[in-house]
Design a protein around this ligand. Structure first.
Ligand code: FAD
Ligand code: NAD
Length: 475
């Protein structure tokens, strides 16, 4: 075993870890980044869950399937006649793989350009910030860091009696590689992955049934917004069944038989494929030696303070491995903030203004608190809303479903939260995030000029509607 010294060692090269490494290198820290992921070709595939089997490939499939769906269902209204439409699934998957590969390669070039030492292999933390490095190719050795950032990410939860084989019973990895459109796709969990991946295969022709354990659909957003979303998904053919307790799944004659109880009855549904998407847990297994000193919470997350410090001097943890939303941009911002703090700057993370987006059609985006959370906290608020159907642009596009809903403090008018269901909600939410970061009010947004005709006018009108003075709807 040889020993190497670094200012910073980052374990895990997802959006949290690689952003931390790049920012640290920009700040002249001598940085080692260790990531174990490899592509199908056995080559290093940095970028973590997000780039390889998460955000990016799922969005590639969402975009491909959206084109296919629009051509079939929406083009005629525009006067466009198209016939003989077919979908080449292998081409769609090939395109998705190409997008991922391009970004993997881009990251490796960025590591080189920033003079980051990148090792494709496993890292494990021992006492005194000693890291055992096990490259996929070559000998094990020990590296020592003045600081270590743990950024190992997350892995999917499993449920009893439902064994993932990624051929018939899939997690997020298998769901991104289904070779033919399944006639019937079962999904356990109507959360973010279930809705996104369910949408992909539904648009391509599958009958999709989602079995959700909870009694309430999307409890993280306001009830009226959840109802709008549920109605839209039903129209698209997604069969979302609430309060379902799955007891097991078995493969018989090349089909998956899923047993569950719903209401007082026991049911069995037979699917061609089953996706299990019931949440994710921190990937803390085999990351820490017994003497590392780093503590885990009851949920297996690395325990940290508000600045991502573990209780062990010089050891930090970020991203899906720790508390807070499991989102790529949250992981990256934490990584950047920690790198800046290590370099002596004032790193900053505001968990209150992290936007969420579900990339269904319509998209669902939100930031800040919802009505139930404000009521629970005893905060008085005013609500404003505006439907996209009342915007000229939404109608001109032929995509005017959904609405914007905004919540502002009753006394100060400061924006406290916003939820958007509709086309381009993923982009529209940024304006709200900026306003909230500057502690702006609904009045501030209402007084800002928005270009006409744009979907952003619905955001503007929702802000006006907080004060009951929207122009294009009755208040
Ligand atoms: P990860 O991205 O999980 O990266 C950690 C990396 O560390 C992995 O490559 C892992 O293999 C590696 N690693 C683990 N242990 C070790 C070790 N001991 N040594 C070396 N390497 C190790 N978020 C969004 O914001 N937007 C989206 O649209 C979105 N879509 C998603 C879709 C799907 C299907 C899934 C599953 C997730 C999605 N997410 C999305 C969530 C997002 O992927 C995660 O929040 C994000 O990847 C977390 O980043 P991270 O850096 O903490 O961890
Ligand atoms: P999720 O938490 O979004 O949804 C899981 C769903 O499964 C929940 O509705 C839960 O009630 C349900 N569930 C749990 N146990 C169940 C059971 N035994 N039977 C039936 N239903 C059950 O988790 P996910 O969809 O697996 O995604 C994991 C995480 O990845 C997300 O929380 C999110 O942080 C991240 N992600 C983000 C995006 C995005 O930003 N667009 C996309 C995909 C994933």
């Amino acid at each position: 075993m040889s020993e190497q010294q670094f200012d910073l060692i980052v374990i895990g090269g997802g959006p949290g870890g690689y952003a931390a490494a790049i920012r640290a290198a920009q700040l002249d820290l001598n940085t080692l980044l260790i990531d174990d992921r490899q592509g199908e070709d056995g080559k290093p595939a940095p970028g973590g869950t997000c780039l390889n089997v998460g955000c990016i490939p799922s969005k590639a499939l969402l975009d491909s399937s959206k084109h296919f769906h629009h051509i079939q269902h929406d083009y005629q209204d525009h006067g466009i006649q198209v016939s003989d439409i077919s979908m080449d699934i292998s081409k769609m998957l090939e395109r998705k793989r190409g997008v991922v590969k391009q970004l993997n390669t881009g990251l490796i070039q960025l590591f080189k350009a920033n003079k980051i030492t990148f090792v494709n292999g496993r890292g494990k933390l021992f006492a005194d910030r000693q890291v055992e490095v096990s490259p996929h190719e070559g000998e094990k050795y020990t590296a020592s860091g003045a600081h270590v950032i743990l950024a190992a990410g997350s892995v999917p939860f499993t449920i009893p009696n439902v064994e993932i084989d990624n051929k018939m019973i899939l997690d997020n990895v298998g769901a991104l590689e289904i070779p033919d459109v399944p006639k019937r796709l079962g999904v356990i969990g109507a959360g973010v992955i279930g809705l996104e991946m369910g949408s992909v295969w539904s648009r391509l022709g599958s009958e999709v049934i989602l079995l959700e354990a909870a009694d309430e659909f999307l409890p993280v957003i306001d009830r009226d917004m959840a109802r709008v979303a549920q109605r839209e998904f039903k129209k698209q053919g997604l069969d979302i069944r609430m309060s379902c307790k799955v007891s097991g799944a078995e493969i018989k004659d090349d089909q998956v038989h899923v047993h569950y109880s719903g209401g007082d009855d026991e049911h069995t549904e037979v699917f061609d494929k089953l996706l299990v998407a019931v949440g994710r847990r921190a990937a803390s297994d085999d990351l820490l030696s017994d003497d590392s000193g780093v503590k885990l919470t009851e949920r297996g997350q690395v325990d940290i303070d508000d600045h991502c410090r573990t209780g062990t001097k010089g050891v930090w943890a970020i991203g899906d491995l720790v508390r807070g939303p499991m989102l790529a941009h949250k992981a990256s911002e934490e990584g950047i903030a920690v790198a800046e703090t290590i370099a002596g700057q004032a790193g900053h993370i505001n968990l209150e203004t992290i936007p969420w987006v579900i990339y269904t059609d319509p998209e669902i985006a939100w930031v800040g608190r919802n009505e139930a959370e404000l009521q629970q906290a005893g905060i008085e608020y005013n609500a404003g809303s505006f439907p996209f159907a009342a915007t000229g642009r939404g109608l001109a596009m032929g995509n005017a479903s959904g609405q914007v809903k905004m919540l502002a403090d009753a006394e100060t008018d400061e924006l406290l939260g916003c939820q958007i269901i509709g086309a381009n909600a993923s982009e529209l939410i940024s304006e709200i995030v900026v306003t909230m970061e500057f502690h702006g009010s609904a009045e501030d947004l209402a007084r800002i000029v928005h270009a006409h005709p744009t979907l952003s006018e619905a955001v503007h009108e929702a802000a006006l509607s907080v004060d009951k003075r929207a122009i294009h709807k009755a208040n």
